[in-house]
Ligand binder design. Structure first.
Ligand SMILES: Nc1ncnc2c1ncn2[C@@H]1O[C@H](COP(=O)(O)OP(=O)(O)OP(=O)(O)O)[C@@H](O)[C@H]1O
Ligand SMILES: [Mg+2]
Length: 250
């Protein structure tokens, strides 16, 4: 379980996170969203112990991250996977090497890397370089790299935002199937995905959590203007879908 208690983050007297409280229970999928610059990526970095907040605590699996030595923190972080928007692959390494490099010295278990690559359907391409892959395939390498460590929680920072629309769906499907077995905190603007997959939707604005509830509740009756904005988007999608004659397609 991951818990944030009253996180405050400031730089030059500007608050980028203001009293953030958040809980992700084991097995839960929580979707976090909000306007650009509201603090989503920063919040993930705080969860990973990469940024120390001015005040507040991050608890992960019963341990306060701030109380750990750098060595113990690194060890704890190996239980946390992260998938980035921009893939962050090493261009001069193959798919297999990119995943192997995520495993640490002493734990460089080729089998784990191979299993992870198989699980995202890239086995045939394991000797390719990132430039030889589509955007969707690159992101699947990013996912395999996160999975290779068999993390207890996976953070996703807008994993489909840099993809051509044709690849968005393949990544969302992988995320959907992982959500069944993993604990996940997902930053995304994909509201149909949130509605389908998230146990809870958390909305942020200007460094604060402004609303938090099961997505179906937020979309039915938003309590914040951010919620209302996302509801509008979803209704637009529904309106477009209304033009589809499903009987003709199936
Ligand atoms: N170490 C830090 N200390 C204090 N503030 C920070 C730190 N790192 C980032 N910030 C600030 O946090 C704010 C939020 O940025 P962040 O990248 O988290 O937003 P975001 O919601 O992820 O936006 P986007 O949707 O564009 O990715 C920015 O104003 C940034 O300057
Ligand atoms: Mg961001």
């Amino acid at each position: 379980m991951l818990e944030l208690h009253d996180i405050v983050l400031e730089r030059n007297n500007v608050r980028s996170l203001a009293n953030v409280n958040l809980k992700v229970e084991d097995g839960e999928t929580v979707v976090l969203t909000g306007p650009s610059g509201c603090g989503k990526s920063t919040l993930i970095r705080v969860c990973l112990g990469l940024i120390k907040p001015k005040s507040g605590e991050v608890w992960f699996e019963g341990v306060n991250l701030q109380a750990l030595s750098p060595e113990a923190l690194r060890k704890k972080r190996r239980k946390m996977g992260i998938v980035f928007q921009e893939f962050q692959l090493l261009d001069h390494f193959t798919v297999l090497e990119n995943v192997l490099l995520a495993l640490w010295e002493g734990d460089r278990d080729r089998k784990k890397a191979e299993e992870a690559i198989k699980s995202v359907g890239l086995w045939d391409k394991r000797f390719r370089y990132p430039r030889q892959l589509s955007g969707g395939e690159k992101q699947r390498v990013g996912i395999a790299r996160a999975l290779a460590l068999d993390p207890d929680i996976i953070f996703w920072d807008e994993p489909t935002a840099a993809l051509d629309p044709m690849y968005v769906h393949e990544i969302l499907r992988i995320m959907d199937s992982l959500a069944q077995k993993k604990t996940m905190l997902v930053v995304t603007h994909e509201m149909p995905f949130a509605l389908k997959v998230a146990d809870r939707l958390v909305l942020m604005e200007a460094g604060r959590i402004v609303e938090e509830a099961p997505p179906s509740r937020i979309f039915a009756e938003p309590a914040s203007h951010v919620g209302a904005m996302y509801r509008e988007r979803l209704l637009d999608t529904r309106e477009a879908l209304g033009k589809l004659d499903v009987k003709q397609v199936v």
